[in-house]
Ligand binder design. Structure first.
Ligand code: 16G
Ligand code: MG
Length: 542
């Protein structure tokens, strides 16, 4: 390590005095103007991680669904996964070190993690379309080069595309080619082969309206469109040509406001979807003939996908273990439907993709989705091999199912939840099953629900257990929630400190919207009273 050079370059990316940031659920996120030093330092850290794992590491510059003025950065581990927890701690330490402590912190990390500093390092970098992203990714590159790392800058990419590149590079090309064409070709080939099998390929299945949140998804989908146009035609809205990123549009807006994005004209029963700002989330929706808006969120996407996979397995005659992974935010109706009707085992983990991804890896086939639309399906290597063999050997009908499954395995981005890949999987399943968006929606009816935020002096006073469904501290809070929940039918409520904002989140569901709203309000009051609420007491009404 050339400590002199590091000190010199670090001073060019100086940390604002007193600024403390945390590597949160999805990396660092804050106002873009506070991030230059963090980017430089994450370049340094990526080199150390690459040397330690003897693999390519990814660095993605994005703040996903957050406002355009924000930015963020996260590291991608060798198999396309989120950074390992012990390295998240190193990231926080390094980002918060004062200039004069930088050298010591770097040496500490290298020693603790037994990093061989002589080892080569390779880092790949991607960024979203935020105005601040280009300069910030240059700061990452400065960090990489000053520590002697090699790099490839992919420039503009969706977050899942960067995960894909990392995965491809570390598996010797077996997963796919680590180029943007490689990504387009792999997914499109699988999609076109799959949809060729559909007996219903009428107009209804051929077109889809996509709200791209004025983000990177628009650019990439436009580039990719002609690769799969045989199977699907997409009409892009909020493509970044005029509107602001994530403003009144995108998956997060649609899911949290339960209304359509601005800038998209929707006719009744037309199938529409929204990506978020870095295209790793997707939700679907439509207007019925009476003009009512219907949201089809991550839970219903997981249901469609896992049901279809289960059907294919039954057809092939394979009894592989398939599991669905959700979080506490999953609508109670979805969990009930999966367990009782589909007979698929369901597991609940803490919020944050890394927790779901990790759990899903325990199954032959693990389907995971957050209600907010982030998810994918993972297939174990053994399953992939078995399916490939079946596709060669089995007789006609079974072979067809095995072939479909083979295509589906290729179509899912197994490195991360991916709006583009999920969209193509969903479109293929709808066409193959001949399902309209209304029929899909009608699988089950969501329980009415409400989410609220409460401001408290220190959100860390709330700790939870049982995958965030129960509060352990402060004392008395869980008992209070239990008593409130008892007052309503089909009700459930939980609270958790946010991992991305300085607030406590409240979730409630019940048999009617009115009850869900009341319950959420009462729970907010309990949080306010028992967990040190600040500012105005929560008011009823939304
Ligand atoms: C991050 C997570 C997302 C999670 C959300 C929760 C990733 C890539 N993203 O955006 O999965 O749902 O945080 O935010 O892990 P909250 O803790 O503020 O509720
Ligand atoms: Mg995102």
């Amino acid at each position: 390590m050339d400590l002199g050079a590091i000190t010199k370059y670090s001073a060019l990316h100086a940390k604002p005095n007193g600024l403390i940031l945390q590597y949160g659920t999805a990396g660092f996120r804050t106002k873009a103007e506070h991030l230059d030093h963090v980017m430089f330092r994450m370049g340094l850290l990526a080199v150390l991680r690459s040397k330690q794992t003897k693999s390519t590491i990814g660095v993605m510059v994005t703040a996903s669904h957050n406002p355009e003025e924000d930015n963020g950065v996260k590291l991608v581990d060798p198999l396309g996964e989120m950074l390992a927890p012990s390295w998240e701690e190193h990231a926080t330490c390094l980002a918060n070190a004062e200039e004069q402590d930088m050298q010591r912190v770097l040496i500490d990390i290298s020693e603790k993690e037994a990093v061989n500093l002589q080892q080569d390092a390779f880092v790949v970098i991607g960024r979203d379309t935020r105005p601040s992203s280009e300069k910030l990714s240059q700061s990452v590159i400065d960090g990489v080069t000053v520590l002697g790392g090699q790099f490839h800058d992919y420039g503009l990419l969706t977050t899942p595309q960067l995960h894909y590149m990392v995965y491809c590079r570390n598996t010797g090309g077996r997963y796919g080619k680590a180029t943007i064409e490689g990504y387009y070709q792999k997914l499109s080939k699988a999609f076109v082969e799959l949809t060729k099998q559909a007996s219903c390929s009428g107009d209804e299945y051929r077109s889809l309206k996509v709200d791209c949140a004025n983000g990177i998804g628009a650019l990439k989908l436009r580039e990719m469109e002609h690769y799969f146009s045989q199977g699907l035609s997409v009409q892009l809205f909020n493509d970044g040509s005029k509107g602001k990123l994530n403003h009144l549009c995108g998956a997060d807006f649609v899911k949290s406001h339960q209304k359509p994005p601005q800038g998209m004209e929707i006719k009744s029963n037309e199938r529409c979807c929204s990506f978020d700002g870095d295209a790793d989330r997707i939700v679907y929706y439509y207007h019925d003939a009476d003009g009512h808006f219907h949201l089809i969120d991550g839970d219903k996407i997981a249901t469609l996908i896992s049901s279809f996979l289960k059907e294919l397995l039954v057809e092939i005659g394979e009894s592989l273990n398939i599991g669905v992974v959700q979080t506490a935010y999953a609508n109670g109706s979805s969990t009930r439907y999966l367990e009782e009707v589909m007979k698929v085992p369901v597991y609940c983990t803490k919020t944050g993709v890394k927790h779901l991804h990790h759990k899903a890896q325990e199954f032959d086939i693990g389907v995971y989705f957050e209600a907010n639309g982030h998810g994918t399906a993972l297939f174990s290597t053994a399953v992939e091999m078995k399916i490939k063999q079946s596709a060669e050997q089995l007789e006609d009908k079974k072979r067809k199912a095995a072939k479909m499954l083979e295509n589906i395995i290729d179509l899912f981005n197994q490195a991360a939840g991916d709006a583009i890949s999920d969209m193509l999987v969903i479109e293929a399943i709808l066409a193959l099953k001949g399902l309209t968006v209304q029929q899909w929606d009608a699988l089950y009816t969501d329980l009415p629900n409400r989410q609220l935020k409460v401001q408290v002096a220190d959100r860390r006073v709330i700790s939870t257990t049982n995958a965030e469904r129960q509060a352990v501290t402060p004392p008395g809070l869980q008992e209070a929630i239990n008593d409130l929940v008892k007052k309503y039918k089909l009700s459930r409520a939980f609270v958790r400190p946010s991992g991305t904002e300085d607030v406590v989140r409240v979730y409630a569901e019940a048999d009617s919207q009115e009850s869900a709203d009341h319950l959420a309000h009462e729970v907010s009051l309990a949080v306010f009273q028992l967990a040190g609420g600040i500012g105005e007491r929560p008011q009823p009404g939304f």
